[in-house]
Write a protein that binds this ligand. Structure first.
Ligand code: HGY
Ligand code: MN
Ligand code: MN
Length: 423
């Protein structure tokens, strides 16, 4: 079932699906996943393809100084544009839809508006934000953080990756050190279309999620220093085993999240032991923790418990250090915009449910800039950050149709809050 609004306006689903498929081939690996870490040559190749599609669509293209790419179609007024978009950088060995869906569907919406010569009151912009995933450069959500003035532009350009590369230099290298000020195109309203990346919509058989809020996240990098020693001759009570200390602290953190959901979820995604040799007691351990919760106080408690755990290890003769590499408080989206998305879904005959986002998104930064909300479509079995990430073609097309319908309403000249129709 694809949706058509009363006027029969729909996106070109074949073009949408073909472009998603094509983008998914960039950075493809034998595992079937794709890896396009921010500002790498693979990211450049994907950026070039997005710019090519925007030019094919007849949109004006801009790149700002933090490398965010914008496609514009003009309306009668230029202030407070309607902005849609997401990201095209990936985690390692990623699926084909995380972020890419919101950008490719956004290009499809602009191309449909241009082809149909829609008369727009407001300018419509699709954005592809820089470094949403935060894998190579921390923090994550970097392009939208700069827009929201959560990170200063010059600080962002000076961020270095673990391989020593600097954001500003990498933008120059790949040809995306834009001239446009990040604040020249600030939107009056922002809607991000994204796959859910969780199981709720798929399990309930509901095609649309209206996202009311995003849980907060707190990412930490922890280092524990003990003493490397002989694995055979060093008695257990004479060791300062950094690896054992890291594993016991990590286990405590995971147990609190699993047993008490305090916080909702916690993940130890990386752990390095040094010298990483079978017969040497590890002298040094480095690991990361990703805390997530929709309650800021609970996030704070998790951080305090981490600090307590580290103090206990210091009491056992280990040295510890910890760094918060990214933090963002929980965000609630605009109630008026959520109500509009719900109403438009109903007009299109699409069942919808309100929900919280477990994953982070650029929208949580844009909520600090203008009225913001998100539209989710189902992820098969909730799988994401995994090559098996999948969303049915019909679901992808329906979400893009709803995005088109939403943009037409927001960019029309009907009155509304801040002059933005519908909210
Ligand atoms: O980590 C996240 O939630 C997102 O995929 N960047
Ligand atoms: Mn992601
Ligand atoms: Mn994403």
């Amino acid at each position: 079932m694809t949706t058509t609004d009363r006027s029969g306006r729909v996106i070109d689903r074949h073009r949408l699906l073909a472009r998603l498929q094509e983008l998914g081939e960039i950075g493809k690996e034998p595992s079937g996943g794709r890896t396009r870490l921010a500002l790498t040559s693979e990211d450049k190749e994907a950026r070039d393809r997005v710019v090519m599609w925007l030019e094919e669509a007849g949109a004006q293209v801009r790149v700002d100084r933090i490398g965010n790419i914008y496609g514009l179609v003009d309306g009668e007024v230029r202030d407070a544009p309607v902005m849609i978009g997401s990201h095209i950088d990936t985690v390692p060995c990623a699926g084909a839809y995380d972020g890419c869906y919101g950008v490719v569907a956004g290009i499809e919406v602009l191309q449909t508006l241009i082809q149909r010569r829609e008369r727009l009151r407001r300018r419509v912009i699709v954005a592809a934000f820089t470094n949403e995933e935060g894998v190579r450069f921390a923090p994550d959500l970097l392009g939208s953080r700069v827009l929201a003035k959560d990170t200063a532009l010059n600080d962002a350009l000076a961020i270095s990756a673990r391989d020593g590369a600097l954001v500003g230099e990498e933008l120059q290298r790949i040809g995306y050190a834009g001239e446009t000020s990040p604040w020249e195109l600030l939107p009056g309203v922002f809607v991000e279309l994204h796959i859910e990346q969780g199981p709720l919509l798929d399990a309930a058989g509901i095609p649309i999620g209206v996202v009311e809020a995003v849980q907060g996240h707190s990412w930490w990098r922890v280092t524990i220093e003990g003493a490397a020693n002989h694995a055979g001759t060093t008695p257990m009570d004479a060791r300062r085993d950094a690896g054992a200390a890291a594993m016991s602290l990590a286990t405590k953190i995971m147990r609190r999240a699993s047993d008490a959901h305090v916080p909702n979820v916690a993940t130890v995604g990386t752990m390095t032991l040094e010298p990483n040799v079978i017969n040497i007691v590890p002298g040094r351990a480095t690991f990361t923790i990703d805390f997530r919760d929709h309650r800021n106080e609970t996030l704070r408690n998790a951080e305090r418990q981490l600090e307590e755990g580290l103090r206990e290890l210091q009491g056992m003769g280990l040295r510890t250090s910890s760094e918060c590499v990214s933090r963002h408080a929980p965000v609630r989206f605009d109630a008026g915009l959520c109500a509009l998305l719900e109403a438009l879904s109903a007009e299109l005959g699409l069942p919808a449910r309100r929900m919280l986002s477990g994953a982070s998104h650029d929208a949580q930064m844009m909520a600090g800039v203008c009225p913001t909300a998100m539209i989710f479509v189902p992820s098969h079995l909730g799988i994401s950050h995994n090559p098996r990430e999948h969303t049915e073609p019909d679901a992808l097309a329906r979400g893009a149709d709803l995005l088109l319908y939403t943009v037409l309403r927001l960019a029309s000249d009907a009155g509304g809050r801040d002059g933005i129709a519908g909210i």
